[in-house]
Design a protein around this ligand. Structure first.
Ligand SMILES: *[C@@H]1O[C@H](CO)[C@@H](O)[C@H](O)[C@H]1NC(C)=O
Ligand SMILES: *[C@@H]1O[C@H](CO)[C@@H](O)[C@H](O)[C@H]1NC(C)=O
Ligand SMILES: *[C@@H]1O[C@H](CO)[C@@H](O)[C@H](O)[C@H]1NC(C)=O
Ligand SMILES: *[C@@H]1O[C@H](CO)[C@@H](O)[C@H](O)[C@H]1NC(C)=O
Ligand SMILES: *[C@@H]1O[C@H](CO)[C@@H](O)[C@H](O)[C@H]1NC(C)=O
Ligand SMILES: *[C@@H]1O[C@H](CO)[C@@H](O)[C@H](O)[C@H]1NC(C)=O
Ligand SMILES: *[C@@H]1O[C@H](CO)[C@@H](O)[C@H](O)[C@H]1NC(C)=O
Ligand SMILES: *[C@@H]1O[C@H](CO)[C@@H](O)[C@H](O)[C@H]1NC(C)=O
Ligand SMILES: *[C@@H]1O[C@H](CO)[C@@H](O)[C@H](O)[C@H]1NC(C)=O
Ligand SMILES: *[C@@H]1O[C@H](CO)[C@@H](O)[C@H](O)[C@H]1NC(C)=O
Length: 661
């Protein structure tokens, strides 16, 4: 790669130099990409000049005030600090070849043109600004987001299970080798995240292939699960399975359209998984419900236990709680595995590592001084400025020597800093509601250059718990609701009333109680905040429309039926519907019938005994044969990677409400 670049560079300067040498001077011109890595060779000055200058030392004497380049002892000009095309797209370097005291030393003019690269530098998008995780002392390897998955389903063994598992850091068993091209993660300037993985382990492929085969969306050509957020603040997330063979492989072109080199990075995978979201919650924990395609009566295979790959029935929803935890200050990326380059107090974006420079700095790493003046306020966040409040306006001079610095107020009054002071702090007492009044800091430097910076003071909020035109009324909101100057209490989902003192009326939920619970079936109520159905006895599932399995009844199917002799058991209350001739509460009493001849009873008993003996013998043999514990760990791991559904034994929380004996 480095070789290819330098060849290109060599070619470029050869062309440029033929032109400039024709004019008789030592003027050269080279190109360098704006995203060139530190240490990238720009050009070797000696080879520009020819073999007779081979031993002379070189030094940059002009044209690089902020140290973007340095010269190696062999006269190779190298990138020393990050370049930023937007800040400076051309450098005119003056390079001395030979010792200064040597009267024959040469001066070479090197024009370095910084070329634009699409998508660079990364943009700091405040829309999805992630929290910064404070250092906990020891080094942590937590991810930017932690996610908790919950499922509720019936196992083929007849248990109803409620499972919950959190994934917030790599499992010890994972091979997190950064050079292993198994996962491609992209996080764009537009807050869009995509995680693409090849399904590689055999057992994964088997399960994924089954899902694909039976549940492929004919129209889209993929197996697709969408994850919906109840309050609709966030767009749907997507889990999608692509096939690299068979009749739907054309769909890969869509994937390659999004990630051009995906097939190069994930070679030889029959199936590829993409998890994507155009906007993940970055402010607080948020719940998504992922609706699986109707699985009809098919079972879904999942690994729930170290020793067993469990098959689940009626698995219609997976609940995912996404919680943004943030990366440590010097890290970024979904896995918090990349190093930030931001300097001078700049904040680093958790998605793409873009830097939010503090005043007076610029460039992709905020390490290039930005001479000028800045205008800021205390409190710094406009939403923290209340009416009435005292706000301080600051004018600060950066990397310049000021002759005059002044603050111009909207009423025309001017505050001038005393000579030599490069800062003005002016406190405005008891600001009153006004729309966007502009204050301007103006600076004249020692070279008579004038700089200015404006700040808009938009005091629109009353202080906490205050409302009204003059902020003279109180809100007294309950449930931690916020108090809006005009609307009063803004209730959290599930609450209503002028002070948020009331729960949403029965059958409604959400923000402003604007949604209904008609989705929850069989008399289920729904959680006022997020609409989660609370099933009545005898039912389970996300919509409470799945009846308890045959031998279960009651709330969350927690009770075992006591019915005997093939009697059906009511899913709600466990009542037995006896089959004649049995009666009684558990259908274990017999109505008086003509006694059967003893032989007739004994014959079935004997054959039953024989059957039991045969089964026991088979089981015993089987155990001897297959007594070796299979390599389950690997399989579990594989399953895990399939869907990022974390049922690894080391972490999962297996809470069967009832264990079938
Ligand atoms: C070489 O570049 C310098 C500075 O860019 C310029 O002053 C000079 O005129 C150039 N010489 C020739 C021969 O182009
Ligand atoms: C200059 O030195 C660097 C290592 O210091 C080396 O990589 C490079 O190839 C050398 N360039 C030339 C033209 O000798
Ligand atoms: C930031 O992200 C939002 C949401 O995706 C998008 O609309 C906006 O254009 C992005 N801003 C920039 C500067 O890319
Ligand atoms: C503003 O400052 C003055 C003087 O320091 C103080 O008396 C007043 O309470 C402050 N006002 C507010 C709203 O903090
Ligand atoms: C103009 O506004 C500033 C602060 O905004 C204040 O200190 C000053 O007294 C005002 N001057 C006049 C003439 O109103
Ligand atoms: C202005 O305020 C800042 C902090 O807000 C303080 O550090 C600085 O010393 C103040 N400068 C002057 C000249 O009062
Ligand atoms: C502030 O500076 C900008 C250029 O940086 C200039 O266009 C503008 O006219 C200046 N504003 C005032 C009021 O001087
Ligand atoms: C409940 O809401 C759904 C849409 O969310 C609507 O179609 C339905 O008519 C509503 N039912 C009632 C009883 O309001
Ligand atoms: C669900 O409903 C039952 C009564 O049917 C109630 O006792 C229980 O507290 C409810 N659970 C939740 C989480 O609302
Ligand atoms: C429950 O309802 C959902 C949607 O309303 C449907 O997809 C599913 O098949 C139903 N399940 C059963 C067991 O009826």
């Amino acid at each position: 790669m480095a070789c290819a670049v330098s060849h290109k560079v060599v070619f470029l300067w050869t062309v440029s130099c033929l032109l400039c040498l024709a004019h008789g001077g030592y003027n050269f011109s080279v190109h360098i990409a704006t995203n060139a890595k530190l240490g990238t060779a720009v050009v070797n000055v000696r080879s520009l000049l020819g073999p007779e200058k081979a031993e002379l030392p070189c030094a940059i004497v002009e044209g690089d005030p902020y140290g973007r380049f340095y010269v190696r002892t062999n006269c190779t000009v190298v990138v020393a600090r990050p370049l930023d095309w937007l800040v400076q797209s051309e450098y005119l370097l003056k390079i001395r070849v030979g010792q200064l005291r040597d009267p024959d030393h040469l001066v070479v003019h090197l024009k370095v043109k910084v070329t634009h690269v699409l998508g660079y530098p990364p943009v700091y998008n405040v829309t999805c600004e992630t929290p910064v995780r404070p250092y906990s002392g020891e080094k942590s390897n937590d991810f930017l987001f932690s996610s908790t998955l919950s499922v509720e389903a019936e196992t083929t063994a007849g248990d109803v299970v409620f499972l919950k598992s959190t994934l917030g850091k790599p499992r010890p068993i994972w091979d997190m080798d950064p050079n292993d091209p198994r996962v491609v993660i992209t996080a764009g300037n537009d807050c869009h995240i995509r995680v693409v993985m090849g399904v590689h382990a055999l057992s994964d492929v088997a399960i994924a292939a089954e899902l694909f085969q039976f549940y492929v969306n004919e129209e889209q050509g993929t197996f697709r699960v969408t994850c919906h957020e109840q309050s609709e603040t966030f767009p749907d997330g997507l889990f999608e399975l692509f096939s690299t063979y068979g009749k739907y492989k054309d769909r890969l072109r869509h994937l390659e359209g999004i990630l051009p080199d995906v097939m190069v990075k994930l070679p030889n995978h029959p199936l590829i998984v993409m998890i994507s979201s155009s906007m993940l919650p970055t402010k607080g924990a948020t719940r998504f419900n992922c609706k699986l395609p109707s699985t009809r009566d098919r079972v879904v295979t999942m690994s729930l236990d170290l020793d067993a790959v469990t098959t689940l029935k009626h698995l219609d929803t997976i609940t995912v709680d996404i919680n943004p935890v943030g990366c440590p200050p010097d890290r970024y990326g979904i896995l918090c595995d990349k190093n930030c380059i931001c300097e001078n107090g700049a904040r680093c974006h958790g998605f793409n590592g873009a830097c939010k420079c503090t005043e007076g700095w610029q460039g992709v790493a905020c390490d290039i001084p930005k001479p000028g003046v800045s205008a800021t306020t205390t409190p710094s966040d406009p939403s923290d400025i209340y009416i009435p409040a005292n706000v301080t306006i600051h004018c600060n001079v950066h990397h310049l020597e000021a002759t005059t610095l002044s603050l111009l107020s909207p009423n025309g009054s001017v505050t001038v800093s005393s000579a030599g002071v490069s800062q003005i702090n002016k406190t405005i007492m008891d600001i009153q509601p006004k729309d966007g009044v502009a204050y301007m800091c103006e600076l004249t430097d020692t070279h008579e250059n004038v700089f200015n910076a404006t700040i808009l003071l938009d005091a629109g909020n009353c202080s906490p718990n205050r409302k009204g035109e003059r902020c003279d009324e109180t809100c007294e909101c309950l449930q931690g609701a916020s108090c809006d100057r005009w609307a009063g209490c803004v209730c959290p989902p599930g609450w209503t009333g002028t002070r948020c003192q009331e729960r949403c009326p029965d059958g409604t939920y959400g923000k402003g109680c604007g949604k209904n619970c008609t989705r929850c079936l069989h008399g289920a109520s729904c959680a006022p905040s997020d609409g989660t159905c609370n099933c009545t006895a005898g039912w389970y599932g996300s919509d409470c429309n799945v009846s308890c399995p045959t031998y279960r009844y009651g709330l969350r199917c927690q009770h075992t039926c006591t019915c005997r002799n093939d009697a059906a058991c009511n899913n709600v209350d466990g009542r037995c519907q006896c089959v004649s001739p049995w009666t009684g509460e558990n259908c274990d009493e017999k109505t008086a019938t003509i006694p059967e001849p003893l032989v007739e009873i004994l014959v079935p008993l004997a054959s039953l005994l024989l059957l039991v003996l045969i089964v026991a013998a088979i089981l015993y043999k089987k155990r001897r044969l297959f007594g070796v514990v299979p390599e389950r760990v690997e399989e579990n791991e594989a399953l895990l990677e399939l869907a990022l559904v974390d049922y690894s034994p080391s972490n999962h929380n297996y809470i069967p409400t009832f264990k079938h004996s």
